[in-house]
Every structure is written in structure tokens, then in C-alpha cells.
Design a protein around this ligand. Structure first.
Ligand code: 5GP
Length: 208
């Protein structure tokens, strides 16, 4: 029997935030490939699909009208206007995964992370940094999917986003992808081992 079956630990939300071009989606892809006990929260957005992006895989692409209906219906755990488009996290999806005992990893911006901080959810917040600012611009340009204007907006926003680092428990500098992936895995493993997250430790080990 696996030690997690013997004494399970409670699931939590893992929030990854980074300025655009920080390399977060690549890290995320690697983590999801390797960790079978984590689900990815697919966000809703009013932004148009970019390059090879697919509806229901990278995002749920919706109109602004639909997004606003969802806000009114209370469907979002958090939502924010980022670089001129709306992005939001489905409340029911998060609840269903946590109820099923699974960690959920989410790629959301600093405003969204801030909103969830004030909820009663168990969250672990990780900020991913590029090695330096010029790398950000370089990555955005190489991606080749954003207009000049969009790139400028993302770089200006990066400065604002960096101001939120103090709200995060962990910071990873993504100068080498494999190391950054290892770092995220290490954080998840350490967080799983915190005493408060062992759901049955009292009944299994403590006497009296
Ligand atoms: P992109 O357009 O490059 O995919 O994402 C732009 C920004 O929106 C990124 O900073 C990303 O983390 C953020 N984002 C993606 N999904 C969500 C979401 O559901 N909520 C919030 N608040 N931000 C999101």
C-alpha cells in the first residue's frame, strides 16, 4: 500500500503566477505530465485563441456577454481583467476536484490570486520569475503570437505584477526549465508533508 493511501493528506490549490513570457505554461505542462494526483483548472477567457490553442484544452473561449452572465450567476471563484481581456476560474470545477481529493493547479494572474487569498480555500502560491527583464521581451517576441501593441502592454503589466511578489510564499527563477519543474515538484511534496494536511493523523497515531 502507498503511504498516501495509508495516511492521506488533504488536497490544496497550487497557484502559479508569472509575468507573460515567464515560462509558466511550459512548467505547468511538465508538472501535469509527471504528477498524476493534480488536475489543471482550465480558465474561461474573452481573449481570442492564439496559435494552436484549443477551446476546452487551453481555455474555454467565451464572448464577453457570456462571461458577464457567468459573473452574474456567481460561477467564478475569481476573475480579473488582464491585458484588456477577462479571465476567470470556475468555482464548481475547483470544488469538485478538491472534493474528489485531488490537488488543483491554476495559472492565474496576481489579482486573481489575491482574491482567492481571502477565501477559506487551502492554497499554495508560487511566483515564477524570468532570469531578467530582457528575457521576458525575448520570449514574447519569439512566441510570435502577439502583436507589438500586445507585447508592450504585457511588458508594462509585468512591472505592476512584480509588485505582488510579497504576497507569494514561493519564488522560482526560471532560468533553466528542468530545475524550475523540479522546484515546483519539491514545493508540492513539502506542502503535502505538512502536519496539518494529514487528514487522519490524529486517529491513526495519537493515543488519548
Ligand atoms: P495569456 O493570455 O497569456 O494566456 O494569459 C494572460 C494572463 O492571464 C496570465 O497572467 C495568466 O496567468 C492570467 N490568467 C489565466 N487564466 C486566468 C484566470 O482564470 N484568472 C485570472 N485572474 N487570471 C488568469
Amino acid at each position: 500500500m502507498n503511504r498516501k493511501d495509508y495516511c492521506p493528506t488533504k488536497p490544496f490549490l497550487i497557484i502559479l503566477s508569472a509575468p507573460s513570457g515567464g515560462g509558466k505554461s511550459t512548467i505547468l505542462g511538465e508538472i501535469l505530465k509527471e504528477n498524476g494526483n493534480i488536475d489543471y483548472s482550465i480558465s474561461y477567457t474573452t481573449r481570442a485563441p492564439r496559435g494552436e490553442e484549443k477551446d476546452g484544452v487551453h481555455y474555454f473561449f467565451v464572448t464577453e456577454e457570456k462571461f458577464k452572465e457567468m459573473i452574474d450567476a456567481g460561477d467564478f471563484l475569481e476573475y480579473a481583467l488582464v491585458h484588456g481581456n477577462y479571465y476567470g476560474t470556475s468555482k464548481s470545477y475547483i470544488k469538485s476536484r478538491i472534493d474528489a481529493g485531488r490537488h488543483v493547479i491554476m495559472d492565474i494572474d496576481v489579482q486573481g490570486a489575491n482574491q482567492i487569498t481571502n477565501s477559506d480555500l487551502d492554497i499554495v502560491k508560487i511566483f515564477i520569475l524570468p532570469p531578467d527583464k530582457s528575457v521576458l521581451e525575448d520570449r514574447l517576441r519569439k512566441r510570435g503570437t502577439d502583436s507589438d501593441e500586445a507585447i508592450k502592454k504585457r511588458l508594462t503589466n509585468a512591472d505592476v505584477e512584480l509588485g505582488y511578489i510579497k504576497d507569494y510564499e514561493y519564488v522560482i527563477i526560471n532560468d533553466e526549465l528542468s530545475q524550475a519543474v523540479e522546484d515546483v515538484k519539491t514545493i508540492i511534496s513539502a506542502e503535502e508533508l505538512t502536519r496539518e494536511r494529514y487528514s487522519e493523523i490524529d486517529t491513526k497515531f495519537y493515543r488519548g
